[in-house]
Design a protein around this ligand. Structure first.
Ligand code: ZN
Length: 353
């Protein structure tokens, strides 16, 4: 039994899940007392069937801010908040992938305190009494929708291309995998992470193969939300390696995770045998050891088109040192199953090349 510290366990989100859930949105807004929502999204979504479905439901009456960048900036937040004030909005509908959802959630702080900069803020005082936010994910990966109120409708991910389905789905898998194996005491998250792994192992290859498989799409959306709930327990070295790959080389966050995952798993299993045994069981393997589980994860990532090899994604040898510095400065690896030093991260990048 680990030392039990006094911990907070909170699972506060209400989720409406199912194909067609989007059509209930007007009633949901009424129930929350929302009159003038601001839709926050990114420019790429405007042309999608998912956005057209939202427009149809809104009768095009809602204000829209569509200037969110991938890996959004503080300027995106300021501009979205300005659009919200201009249209006197009383709520936010965050619509899209993780970037749009994150911006949508955070601008409520700007709307509450228009005369103050976003940072610094006081968590207790400033994050209460915010305008409601309905988060509607159109990907199945980051799980950013697990905020205050969410609508999850697998119909909206139907049009997501296989590459993005694979990358976002791999991110969800690695959220479950890293949170489950991190040494923090949080059995609630552990249970959710294992079921997330089970769902993803079964549904992700299907969702990549056939985007119209609504059952697989639905399972992936729930699993993505479960991954995000699970990682309030924290992540590990895979995410520390992935973050610089996005900032230095522009890799998609999920792709970056997938390309590093098998090497970090080998590293961890060599130093702490048995780390991945229960992960293997969650995948449905019979009496798995670490090696069998790692082989299974590698095979799954290959199957969805994410075979290792950073070089193929344009990562240059000369970047490995600065990326290793940044990866070591990243806090995720502090909850890796085993401790890592800067040179371990450098070595893992080299292996992943
Ligand atoms: Zn992630």
């Amino acid at each position: 039994m680990p030392d039990i510290v006094i911990s907070n366990f909170s699972f506060p989100t209400r989720i409406r899940f199912g194909a067609g859930a989007l059509e209930e949105l007007p009633q949901q807004l009424d129930a929350l007392g929302i009159r003038r929502p601001l839709v926050v999204t990114d420019p790429g979504l405007l042309a999608t069937g998912a956005f057209k479905a939202l427009e149809k439901i809104s009768g095009k009456k809602w204000a829209v801010f569509s200037g969110v960048h991938p890996n959004p900036t503080i300027e995106d937040v300021d501009a979205a908040a300005a659009a919200g004030r201009e249209a006197q909005c009383d709520a936010v509908i965050a619509f899209g992938g993780g970037s749009a959802l994150d911006v949508g959630k955070v601008i409520r702080l700007c709307l509450k305190r228009p005369d103050k900069p976003l940072i610094p803020f006081e968590f207790e005082a400033d994050w209460s009494g915010l305008a409601p936010c309905v988060a509607i994910p159109t990907t199945a990966g980051t799980g950013s929708e697990v905020g205050r109120s969410s609508v999850i409708d697998p119909e909206l991910t139907r049009g997501l291309p296989p590459k993005l389905t694979a990358a976002t789905g791999a991110d969800a898998l690695i959220h479950c995998l890293e949170s489950f194996t991190s040494p923090v005491f949080h059995p609630l998250c552990d249970g959710i992470a294992l079921e997330g792994i089970h769902l993803i192992g079964e549904a992700l290859p299907r969702a990549v193969r056939n985007g119209n498989d609504l059952d697989a799409r639905g399972r992936m959306q729930v699993a993505a939300a479960m991954g995000a709930v699970a990682f309030q327990k924290d992540l590990g070295a895979i995410h520390s390696l992935a973050h610089p790959l996005s900032t230095f080389c522009g890799l998609h966050h999920g792709t970056a995770n997938a390309l590093c995952a098998p090497f970090v798993m080998e590293f961890n299993a060599a130093r702490k045998p048995g780390t991945y045994q229960r992960v293997g069981i969650a995948f449905g393997l019979n009496d798995p050891d670490d090696a069998a589980t790692i082989k299974h994860v590698s095979g799954l990532l290959r199957e969805i088109g994410l075979a290792p090899g950073l070089r193929a994604y344009g990562v240059k040898e000369s970047l490995l040192d600065p990326m290793a510095d940044q990866a070591f400065a990243d806090s995720c690896h502090q909850t890796n199953p085993v401790p890592v030093v800067r040179d371990d991260l450098r070595h893992l990048y080299q292996l992943a090349m």
